[in-house]
Ligand binder design. Structure first.
Ligand code: NAP
Length: 548
């Protein structure tokens, strides 16, 4: 495909602007370049990596096996890259992403340390005009938002926080230089995946560690360790087939399971199945039996098993009880994976404060205060999560056709067609955005599928001599209704979480991703593409045609 080669030299404006240089942005740069488009990337950080660039807190690692949580688009890459650990730590994943950027010659396409602050579709030029926090502007025919589903850190507005005289950290925006916690009194607010990873690390060095927990999470031990040659071989010998298989799975993750439901086994077999899965470790615990997420009784037996494990590990019964999730089923909130999390609460320097019972009221210059006590601290670590899926998109002032603001369009919550486009925002695509499966499983699988779909769509447009694509409002409304309907029948409605936006005060409560499964979603997107992109409108643009 020879898209705009002849004009590229005389027109500095790229065909496509890609926002973000994490897994999504890098693959988008690579694929779009491959189909002959001129591309330019913008990244707020000083380097590539996205979430793995920012989340460099002690203990940060992925809870999906690295052999699966990695790109599949290049067989040479997946054969040559050697993961060191079963679940790679942040630094190893970042090295991998940096390697990919260098290997595919992407670095020169990205402007770093540059945040896109606005993006408007100019109806006369039929181009997107973006502006940056450096006061520059750039235009492009296509705008690709690869801004990441979990990239806008959320720090709760606790009264007095600005008066705290100690150090303040957020797991999602961790400093680049090493931070010393030796001999200090440290408070961690939040016990989601990030909190559960950082708490055992801080407990090893802090003088005192105070954990402020509002809602306990279910956490499964990772049993992490070096990636064994046998496991590496198991994947690499049939990588191509394996990657095709995982694309079809509901979460894009391969789990070794019993393949049986709890009803098919005796109570003893059920117990030994759970024991085996606990000993093996990892988020696959929830797939030990096929009905754990479907059948409330099966779910209760799995939840009871974890609660019993917590009681077995944690010596103080009051602390153990506070750590046991009791108000929602297993899987309604993202299941966490840890290294020695529950054991950490047996250390004499670690205290758990249940702020669901004694809420945090304010912060003073020296302490976090709850309704009944002050906790003097040198450092506060916020492990309070993200404004998920929509946060990073809406942080950009996006105006579509006729100046319509995306923030207005999404004031009741995001609505998209397939999570790929929003009606009225022509030639703007989202990677792993709201309304797509996104982060509900293996987000790298999700990202590759999205970018492949977008690049195929742009090739289709070129081959059919059309310049502008938009989603039809009725197709978007139908997809949105389907996303909501699927979410209603899922476990996710049974707990407050970032999946529903309920972690951000004022954010509309709406399920943010598509819970129908990666495989089903992939088929739907493929079917729509092969039907000639049903639900999308294409048109030829005299202005763009003239510039071709
Ligand atoms: P999170 O799951 O949203 O957890 C945030 C925690 O902060 C929750 O315990 C929450 O309590 C608490 N919190 C928020 N505001 C609070 C307040 N005002 N007072 C007291 N507590 C407050 O965020 P996260 O742990 O950063 O994880 C987000 C997602 O990132 C994960 O679900 C996962 O998808 C991804 N992640 C993955 C990994 C991994 O691969 N291992 C690691 C880290 C993150 P409530 O529950 O009561 O709201």
């Amino acid at each position: 495909m020879n898209y705009t080669d002849s004009l590229k030299d005389i027109r500095p404006e790229p065909d496509a602007i890609i926002v973000g240089a994490g897994f999504g942005g890098l693959y988008a740069l690579h694929r779009l370049k491959q189909i002959g488009l001129s591309v330019e990337g913008f990244e707020a950080g000083a380097g590539v990596g996205g979430t793995w660039y920012w989340n460099r807190y002690p203990g940060a690692r992925c809870d999906i096996e690295s052999m699966q949580y990695s790109y599949s688009f290049s067989d040479k890459l997946q054969q040559e890259w050697k993961w060191q650990e079963k679940y790679a730590p942040q630094a190893e994943i970042l090295r991998y992403i940096e390697h990919v950027a260098e290997r595919f010659d992407l670095l020169k396409l990205i402007q770093f340390n540059t945040r896109i602050v606005s993006a408007s579709f100019d109806d006369n030029l039929e181009r997107w005009i973006v502006t940056t926090d450096r006061g520059e502007s750039k235009s492009a025919r296509y705008l690709i938002l690869a801004t990441g589903p979990l990239s806008t850190a959320n720090t709760p507005a606790i009264r007095g926080l600005d008066r705290f005289s100690g150090r303040i950290f957020h797991t999602g925006a961790w400093p680049h230089e090493p931070v010393d916690f030796i001999g200090r009194s440290v408070g961690v607010i939040g016990t989601g995946s990030s909190g559960i990873q950082i708490i055992p690390e801080l407990a090893q060095v802090a003088k005192d560690l105070i954990v402020f927990q509002r809602t306990p999470n279910f956490s499964i031990p990772s049993r992490n360790g070096p990636l064994t040659p046998a496991r590496e071989r198991m994947f690499k010998e049939r990588y191509k087939v394996f990657r095709e298989e995982i694309k079809r799975l509901p979460s894009g993750i391969f789990f070794e399971t019993t393949g049986k439901s709890t009803e098919e086994v005796s109570p003893e077999e059920r117990q030994s199945g759970f024991e085996e899965a606990w000993a093996k470790g990892g988020v696959g615990f929830v797939r030990t039996f096929t009905d754990i997420i479907l059948n409330p009784e099966a779910n209760t037996s799995a939840s009871d098993f974890i609660r019993a494990k917590i009681a077995e590990i944690v010596e103080n019964p009051t602390v153990a009880s506070a750590l046991q999730p009791k108000t929602y089923p297993l899987g309604a909130k993202r299941i966490c994976v840890d290294t020695g999390y529950y054991e950490t609460f047996n250390k004499s320097n670690v205290s758990l404060i249940d702020v669901s019972k004694t809420p945090i009221t304010h912060i003073t210059s020296k302490a976090v205060s709850t309704v009944d006590a002050d906790y003097p601290l040198d450092d506060i670590v916020f492990a309070t999560g993200f404004d998920a899926l929509t946060g990073a998109i809406l942080a950009i002032d996006i105006k579509g056709s006729a100046g319509r603001s995306l923030k207005d369009k999404w004031k009741e919550g995001p609505s998209t067609y397939l999570g790929l486009m929003a009606a009225g925002f022509p030639n703007m695509f989202m990677v792993a955005g709201p309304g797509s499966p996104s982060i509900l499983g293996n987000v790298v699988v999700s990202i590759e599928q999205h970018v492949d779909w977008i690049s195929a769509c742009l090739e289709y447009m070129h081959n059919h001599d059309v310049d502008v694509i938009d989603a039809k409002p009725d197709a978007e409304a139908q997809w949105d209704a389907h996303v909501n309907e699927v979410a209603q029948s899922s476990l996710f409605q049974q707990a407050d979480s970032w999946y529903l936006g309920s972690n951000i005060p004022g954010k509309p409560r709406k399920f943010l991703a598509y819970a129908g499964g990666y495989g089903v979603y992939r088929d739907k997107c493929a079917e729509i593409a092969s039907s000639g992109y049903e639900g999308f409108i294409f048109r030829k643009s005299p202005v763009l045609a003239a510039s071709n």
